[in-house]
Design a protein around this ligand. Structure first.
Ligand code: OGA
Ligand code: ZN
Ligand code: ZN
Length: 410
């Protein structure tokens, strides 16, 4: 096939306009030299309903014609403001013809672009770098760091508040550390009420729970939650009694001069892996046995039945639910009950090992952020007669954190 009249009709002289960047209705970089591939398009051949493209670095990809038609980014196929898809492949009268090479009238390419003229007169233009990134069968490179288990020497990254709110890369370093380690510190912030809300809302809407959108952690006269007393809190995850517990927790310290109240953290995924290696039976029991979690107060009774260690399809830990004070009645058979307590204790003993824990004392103006579905947190008891302890906290959805990093990386 060669270029036909459709090209000239569609945008005039192709020689003059080929180099203009092609808008792929995409806010992420895909053009040459902006973090995008340096490779240029070398060849395009049509065979058996697919275009095979080859780039200058030898990457080659087979693009089904129906995929190419579906991904046209012109103003008719993608809404020019929302960038969302308007085109409906499944209703296209050409549908039957995508089953052969027949849907395509002609095609043309150069180093930076591919142009397709369809039988119905529609013309689709693709940026070669955009196609390169999306070669079928290649994973689209992610900007998100992978979660990495803590080594025994792990200490969290610290970002200074002024760098976080400033123009530099402090914010993206903070997000990256949080996604990678599940724990990150923000230092030297203002001792101002609601600073935690301002930080959260600069990332996404606060995730509300039965404790509100933003909560105060201090000892109060009629607490409905262990956190609102002065007693110690063993390592735990928050709200495992919800179908979807909050993803990210922010705890901002405003006052901490009471005796005690030191914080501790442990990487639940790393501990689960140690348990799997040391005691595979216990690991199996905790990942296969559903148990009940429940919170009750005057206005709520929120309960789920889930395992302590939830695994993904590949058998990797996806979520830890561990909170002794909102574990509900253990309703299992007698045999299961004994095996489950044994397994739970084995997990707890690894969690308690000093090398699995990060301990620190939050300072006023310091905020800790952690992945509540991976990292367990706790605090020592404090004595409210010796001084004040006041934290403000809130939660965020992981989607907002990931989105924030993608936007920062544009
Ligand atoms: C909580 C909590 C820890 C602390 O509010 O869920 O665990 O340091 N607080 O008070
Ligand atoms: Zn189109
Ligand atoms: Zn907690």
């Amino acid at each position: 096939m060669s270029s036909g009249n459709a090209f000239n009709d569609a945008w005039g002289d192709p020689q003059n306009q080929k180099q203009a960047p092609i808008d792929m209705a995409e806010l992420r970089h895909y053009r040459q030299g902006r973090g995008a591939p340096a490779a240029t398009l070398d060849s395009a051949t049509l065979q058996a309903r697919r275009l095979t493209l080859t780039w200058s670095d030898s990457r080659t990809g087979q693009f089904p014609l129906m995929w190419l038609r579906d991904h046209c980014a012109c103003d008719q196929c993608r809404h020019p403001m929302t960038r969302e898809r308007l085109y409906k492949l499944l209703d296209d009268p050409l549908w039957e013809r995508f089953a052969s090479d027949d849907a395509l009238e002609s095609f043309e390419f150069d180093a930076h672009s591919l142009t397709l003229a369809w039988r119905d007169g529609h013309v689709s233009r693709f940026d070669a770098g955009w196609l390169y990134q999306r070669c079928p069968g290649q994973e689209l490179a992610t900007l998100l760091p992978t979660a990495t288990p803590w080594a025994e020497t792990f200490t969290p990254d610290h970002i200074v508040h002024a760098d976080f709110v400033g123009e530099g890369d402090g914010r993206s370093r903070w997000v990256r550390a949080l996604l990678r380690d599940g724990l990150v510190m923000l230092d030297q912030g203002p001792c101002e009420l609601e600073e935690v809300s301002r930080i959260a809302e600069s990332i996404g809407p606060m995730r509300s729970t039965n404790f509100g959108g933003r909560f105060d952690v201090r000892s109060v006269p009629n607490p409905n939650n262990a956190a609102y007393t002065a007693i110690g809190l063993e390592l735990h995850t928050d709200l495992p009694n919800w179908r979807q517990p909050p993803d990210i927790q922010l705890l901002y310290c405003l006052e901490n001069d009471a005796e005690g109240g030191e914080s501790s953290f442990a990487d639940g995924f790393a501990v689960a892996e140690i348990l799997r290696a040391e005691n595979p039976d216990a690991f199996r029991v905790l990942s296969e046995t559903l148990i009940d979690f429940r919170f009750q107060d005057d206005g709520h009774d929120i309960a789920v039945r889930e395992p302590v260690i939830d695994l993904d399809e590949a058998g990797r830990p996806r979520e830890i639910r561990f909170n002794n004070w909102i574990r509900d009645t253990l309703s299992l058979s007698a045999d299961q009950i004994e095996a489950w307590y044994d397994a739970y204790r084995a997990f707890w003993q690894i969690l308690r090992r000093p090398e699995q824990r990060v301990e620190l004392t939050l300072e006023p103006g310091q905020m800790v952020a952690f992945d509540n579905r991976r990292v367990l947190h706790g605090r020592n008891a404090f004595d409210p007669n010796t001084g004040k302890r006041h934290l403000q906290g809130t939660y965020l959805d992981l989607d907002m954190l990931q989105s924030h990093l993608r936007v920062l990386s544009r």
